[in-house]
Write a protein that binds this ligand. Structure first.
Ligand code: ADP
Length: 479
């Protein structure tokens, strides 16, 4: 059984969010369990600058409307990652960012990912790869399942496609005029195809035309069937509810390992967590935060999904409740400005780091007491899993994968790994933080929560096995 993962980002090559962690880790874990797996992604500028890639010598031509784009296929050096291929097209991918700048998405994103979707299949053909399953991820690869059934039917007619929804909030919606350059007939741009309120929706194409369908947690797979979480696609998803699976993501437990992390001030494990206090002291010093107070962290994209609005509304009261706050993130200007104002108002109590910084993220996870994740919705979420592993207790909204991975603290039994709240309001967030602070004040009880979280198994192994058996059941081919 041969599988090809097609993705617009993958660690360690290019990353804007959790999708890259997932595709990179899944590939590594599949290879570890001896599955025949490969990955293909665009050759972005950042990849070319940081990795010495090998030119496979293969060139493919990809028609987009009347223009034919030439593309070369590269492979990663075997030491960096086994069997990763890149399709080059500088007109589309030799850019500063992956999808857009602070001022908005790149205007030609539809063309860029029509190109990528076709280039994946052209490259497979040129390399005679013949995968049994092509595993597509999010809207950027949403046209591949349809291309496999139509323009590339001769080569991929018997192959299966799996489409994974990592985040339904980003669907790749473009004007209907885009349909003219896809090479696909008008019969696919109807309400039963990828037409969506007079526009073209790439995510919808993936949902409608893939043979297998999954998302990244059991809870999210149910939530997206409802109008509140379906972003207008709940009806389409309901039609495929029988096929829709939820497979929880894992984290890379070698990369995220407090016992061996070279980026943190000290190392620690469940047997002896004393090193965590050193990490906290060092983080307080680095951030210029005052006093021995509970330290709350936020790490993530600053987007409306992540609940920054309710956090900003609650922040003043959280600080007067006695907490210090450290924030690492980047994203929407409105939230960046709001957080800057908060940091200016509370010097010595709030430390803000706007930008993407992997090493600092490690120090924040290791040095904080509590991580706050007030997401409006969260398909799976990786930050709470990483935080658990570093003994940093999550206070999170009870949604999506957060609800699947955090065990809400039971004050009577003294058990649990975090603190959940249901209502999307600043008050509910503050009350959950209040509950966590009550336990924080009781050192042995707090240690119990910390250690229970650290002991949870979020490794990729079991998830990779679930993907493998899904690939096998789709293709009918055992490895
Ligand atoms: P999403 O995919 O919605 O962005 P996830 O929780 O699934 O959210 O994954 C976020 C990943 O990106 C985590 O590994 C987190 O540590 C990392 N991350 C997010 N923002 C930053 C940042 N500013 N600097 C470093 N790492 C970040």
């Amino acid at each position: 059984m041969k599988v090809l993962i097609a993705a617009s980002e993958a660690e360690p090559f290019a990353k804007t969010g959790g999708l890259a962690d997932v595709t990179g880790s899944l590939l590594r874990e599949l290879v570890k369990i001896k599955a025949d797996a490969m990955l293909i992604m665009p050759l972005y500028r950042t990849v070319r600058e940081r990795f010495a890639l090998k030119d496979t010598g293969l060139a493919v031509k990809v028609p987009i409307g009347d223009t034919e784009y030439s593309s070369r296929v590269f492979s990663a050096p075997p030491a960096a990652q086994p069997r990763v291929f890149f399709v080059e097209c500088d007109a589309f991918f030799d850019r500063e960012e992956l999808y857009g700048t602070l001022h908005g998405d790149y205007e030609d994103n539809a063309l860029r990912f029509i190109f990528f979707s076709r280039a994946v299949l052209e490259a497979c053909r040129a390399m005679a790869l013949r995968p049994d399953v092509i595993h597509c991820n999010d809207w950027q690869t949403g046209l591949i399942p349809l291309y496999m059934r139509t323009l590339y039917k001769n080569d991929f007619g018997s192959a299966q496609s799996l489409f994974t929804i990592h985040n339904l909030g980003y669907q790749g919606i473009f004007p209907l005029s885009v349909s003219a350059v896809t090479g696909l007939g008008p019969e696919f741009f109807t309400p039963s195809g990828m037409e969506f309120y007079g526009q073209v929706n790439f995510m919808k194409s993936g949902i409608v035309f893939s043979t297998g369908l999954n998302t990244v947690s059991g809870n999210y797979s149910k939530e997206i069937l409802t109008p509140d979480y379906g972003f207008g696609l709940d009806g389409v998803l309901k039609d495929r509810a029988e096929d829709l699976r939820g497979i929880l993501n894992g984290i890379d437990c070698d990369l995220w390992n407090p016992a061996k992390d070279p980026m943190t001030a000290a190392n620690y494990s469940t047997g002896d967590i004393s090193g965590k206090a050193s990490c906290k002291s060092e983080l307080l010093r680095e951030c210029g935060l005052e006093g021995q107070r509970p330290l709350l962290a936020m790490v993530g994209r600053l987007s409306s999904q992540k609940g920054i609005d309710i956090f900003l509304e609650a922040a003043g009261r959280i600080i007067s409740d006695g907490c210090n706050i450290v924030i690492l993130g980047r994203g929407d200007e409105e939230y960046e400005k709001g957080l800057e104002a908060l940091a200016r108002k509370y010097p010595g109590r709030v430390s803000l780091h706007l930008g993407h910084d992997e090493a600092f993220a490690h120090r924040v996870y290791a040095g904080s007491d509590i991580i706050v994740i007030p997401s409006r919705y969260e398909p799976c979420g990786l930050t709470q899993m990483i935080a658990h592993r570093y003994g940093t207790v999550p206070v999170a909204r009870q949604t999506g994968g957060l609800a699947d991975t955090i065990e809400d603290y039971d004050h009577l039994k003294g058990s649990g790994t975090g603190f959940l709240f249901a209502d999307y309001t600043p008050d509910a967030l503050r009350r959950a933080i209040g509950r966590s602070l009550c336990v924080y004040a009781n050192l042995p009880a707090w240690k119990g929560v910390v250690v229970s979280g650290m002991k949870k198994d979020f490794s990729w192994r079991s998830s990779a096995k679930k993907y493998l058996s899904l690939y096998e059941s789709l293709s009918g081919v055992k490895r």
